[in-house]
Design a protein around this ligand. Structure first.
Ligand code: E4P
Length: 222
């Protein structure tokens, strides 16, 4: 299981690579807008941060594009900026056709906005590099994710496709555990989700108990 950071903030990306050893970055137009910087700034800075590493950065095509040829053209432009860039293409019929058009090129595609196993199966058939089902968006709207994640993993893995299933829009540690149990290849979560998952109050409580005991040993030793 690889861990990716879901962010377009360069300081968070640098921190997560250095301290957490994350293996990839995922971005989307909303993350770039929230970073307060331009698309060009994000792509140029992210490119520099991951240069000479195996860390991939997923960058989305213009979501207004709705013709496969235009999507494929834009994907080629984004991919030409850095060999670490994987291009995010939406799981629409035209988007999936664009993935097919890119199959025999060097462009790696992350099929995004996947919400059912059939979209995932088709993305795998068309040669996607990553396939990104969004769990948080469904759960926020009251949907049950128990079978959703494992059905998608099965749709891709049962048939030996090379695509990697990247569970996205993870909002909490419970969803991370669901991705692990479904044997997903990768998960991507935001900076605060990892911070909260790594820093549990029980570990802090244990440290307080052991620190107190440590101090008492020192007192006993005189
Ligand atoms: C990752 O690839 C997706 O863009 C992401 O998980 C969606 O996250 P958001 O809901 O935080 O925008």
């Amino acid at each position: 299981m690889k861990l990716f950071l879901d962010s377009a903030k360069i300081d968070e990306i640098v921190y997560a690579i250095e301290k957490w050893g994350i293996e990839g970055v995922t971005s989307n137009p909303r993350h770039i807008k929230n970073s307060g910087k331009s698309m060009e700034y994000f792509m140029n800075e992210a490119k520099k941060v991951v240069e000479n590493t195996n860390i991939t950065v997923s960058v989305e095509v213009d979501p207004h594009l709705n013709k496969a040829e235009k999507i494929a053209e834009e994907a080629k432009r984004i991919a030409s900026i850095s060999e670490n860039f994987v291009v995010k293409i939406p799981a629409t019929e035209e988007g999936l056709y664009a993935v097919k058009l890119l199959k025999d090129t060097s462009v790696k595609v992350n099929v995004t906005l996947v919400f059912n196993p059939v979209q995932a199966l088709q993305a795998a058939r068309m040669g996607a590099y990553y396939i990104s089902p969004f769990v948080g968006w469904r759960e926020e709207r009251g949907e049950n994710n128990i079978n959703y994640v494992s059905d998608i993993v099965n749709a891709v893995h049962n048939y030996g496709f090379k695509s990697q299933v990247l569970i996205a829009a993870i909002r909490n540690a419970k969803q991370i555990i669901e991705a692990i149990n479904a044997k997903a290849d990768i998960l991507t979560a935001g900076f605060e989700v990892y911070k909260n998952a790594f820093d549990t109050p029980y570990t802090k409580m244990g440290l307080d108990i052991f620190s107190q005991a440590w101090d008492e040993i020192k007192k006993q030793e005189g």
